[in-house]
Each structure stands twice: as structure tokens, then as C-alpha cells.
Design a protein around this ligand. Structure first.
Ligand SMILES: [Zn+2]
Ligand SMILES: [Zn+2]
Length: 180
């Protein structure tokens, strides 16, 4: 039996106890502002949709599913806002931290690279989702591959206007190629 749980407005905590008898299908929508991205340099620009299945894997909690979100970030070259679709799939296994003797080295068996640890009662879905979104947003966002960026002299957006500035000597990207 699979129980389909629609969570609304409450923090979702996935516990081993809840999974004792059967897997749980989780579907949850996070409005912009509900998730804390810990100062990451993008903003969530649409509701985040999460669909996942949580189940017991021995003493561990396995959660797998898909996230669908849109984020807004500044182009690395011209600083104009860029909208990105971020749609990571995930398959994660969480082990209770309390099950690990203190001071013992934590060794993750081979082939279990996606094992994480949780402390307390269970795995918080919001933490899982924020982490997956942060991992999925590229480090450098560029509005388009031929973006010409800002003029380093006058700061004009060179996609919009030709400023005619001459780059100071040595500042040209080709300077090192010249024989002087
Ligand atoms: Zn750009
Ligand atoms: Zn310029």
C-alpha cells in the first residue's frame, strides 16, 4: 500500500516511524520565500514543485523523486536577470546520526555515494529541496553564449549599445598575445 500525502503549509518531516508500514508519496509546493537558500545568489521565481517517494531501506530512509523550480540569477557578464528552469532528480539515502557511535570514522560503503545523515526525528523535506536546488543552479549563469558583457571602462551593457571605449593598454583580453 502506498499512501499519497499532500502537505500544505506545514514543515514536512519524514520519519522512519511514518515509513514503518509503507512508502509515502510526497507532493509539496513551496511558494517563493518559503525556502531559505542560505544567501545563494539567485532567487526562486516560481513555486517549487516536489514529487517524491519516501521509503525504508533497512534502518535508512530513502527519498527519491523530482523537483521543478524556476530561479532568477544575474548574468555573470552583463548582470541582467536570467530566468532558469531547475529540474533536478534525486535519489538519496539518509542514515540516522544517532546510529553511529561517536568518534567512529564514518565510512560510506562503495556504491552508496548518496548517503546522507540526519539528526533528530527525521529528514526535513525543505532542507533536502533547498540543497538539491542549490546544487542544480550552475555556478556561472550566462544570459546567452554570445553575451558581450559590460564595458570595463564605462560600464555600459555592450549587448544594448556600442560605447566605443578603447580598452586601456594591457587590459585587452588579447594583450598577452601581442609581440611588444
Ligand atoms: Zn549577459
Ligand atoms: Zn565603454
Amino acid at each position: 500500500m502506498i499512501i499519497d500525502v499532500q502537505f500544505r503549509g506545514t514543515a514536512v518531516l519524514i520519519t522512519l516511524q511514518a515509513l514503518e508500514l509503507h512508502p509515502i508519496v510526497v507532493s509539496k509546493l513551496y511558494e517563493p520565500g518559503e525556502l531559505d537558500y542560505h544567501g545563494a545568489d539567485f532567487q526562486q521565481s516560481s513555486p517549487v514543485q516536489v514529487k517524491a517517494v519516501a521509503e525504508r531501506a533497512g534502518g535508512d530512509i530513502r527519498i527519491h523523486g523530482a523537483i521543478s523550480a524556476r530561479v532568477r540569477a544575474a548574468c555573470d557578464r552583463c548582470l541582467e536577470p536570467v530566468e532558469l528552469a531547475v529540474e533536478p532528480d534525486f535519489d538519496l539515502t539518509y542514515r540516522p546520526l544517532s546510529g553511529i557511535p561517536r568518534e567512529e570514522e564514518i565510512e560510506v560503503p562503495e556504491g552508496e555515494l548518496d548517503v546522507g545523515f540526519y539528526s533528530g526525528e527525521g529528514v526535513g523535506l525543505a532542507d533536502l529541496v533547498t540543497e538539491q536546488i542549490i546544487l542544480a543552479v550552475p555556478g556561472k549563469v550566462i544570459c546567452r553564449s554570445e553575451c558581450r558583457g559590460l564595458c570595463p571602462v564605462c560600464g555600459v551593457n555592450r549587448n544594448l549599445r556600442e560605447c566605443g571605449c578603447r580598452l586601456p593598454r594591457g587590459d585587452s583580453p588579447f594583450a598577452s598575445l601581442k609581440w611588444e
